[in-house]
Write a protein that binds this ligand. Structure first.
Ligand code: SAH
Length: 191
């Protein structure tokens, strides 16, 4: 996570912006083709890299949606923290896995809520990722970034990357699922 290279070629996508409102609408209308019901094969493949021999990690899921990988990692004994603007997504996560949860305000962020599994090992913040900081969340041993950096508006990339760096513990590992294509040739759903 060394930042965005100077002059990264994102071509015609440079000024494209997807608003929070548009994301909420996608959830409302069920336009969530990005959601993988069976989880992501690359997390299975690179799990050892993420864990690096450690157990009981704190793992962060930025822009988490209702990613089933959160359940996987919690079941393996890790502590999962996610952030997502859509309350619907978070409620669907808990209900689809039959997990009881409670809802709490987040004193530091007005209007934000935190949904926590009753078992305590999954805490999902309902707010913008940009509202968060290490003083609110603490630091993480690992990050699973799938559908997150690629969903961040290009104009917000630097801010996003700087935040993620502040959330990382010294020896933390960051798994990033990214895509590579010529943005001048393909419109792309991802940035
Ligand atoms: N990582 C998830 C979801 C990817 S789609 C997965 O793998 O399935 C990107 C998600 O980010 C959407 O659910 C969208 O509602 C959410 N989102 C977009 N902008 C956000 C922001 N600024 N803060 C928090 N969540 C955001």
């Amino acid at each position: 996570a060394a930042g965005v290279p100077e002059g990264a070629d994102i071509g015609s996508q440079k000024d494209r912006v997807v608003t929070e409102e548009e994301w909420l609408q996608r959830w409302e209308t069920g336009n969530i083709g990005f959601h993988k019901k069976r989880g992501h094969p690359l997390l299975q493949k690179y799990l050892d890299v993420l864990l690096n021999g450690r157990s009981g990690l704190r793992v962060f899921f930025p822009l988490c949606g209702k990613a089933v990988e959160m359940k996987w990692l919690a079941d393996m004994g890790h502590n999962v923290v996610g952030v997502e603007v859509s309350e619907q997504a978070l409620k669907e996560f808990f209900s689809e896995h039959g997990l009881p949860y409670c809802e709490e305000p987040v004193p530091e962020i007005s209007g934000a809520k935190m949904f926590q599994s009753t078992s305590g090992n999954i805490s999902l913040y309902c707010c913008s990722v940009y509202d968060l900081s290490s003083s609110i969340l603490g630091k993480f041993d690992g990050v699973w970034d799938r559908g997150a950096l690629v969903a961040v508006n290009p104009c917000d990339r630097q801010r996003y990357v700087s935040l993620m760096i502040t959330l990382m513990e010294k020896n933390s590992s960051y798994l990033l699922v990214t895509v590579s294509y010529d943005p001048n040739k393909h419109k792309g759903e991802n940035f």
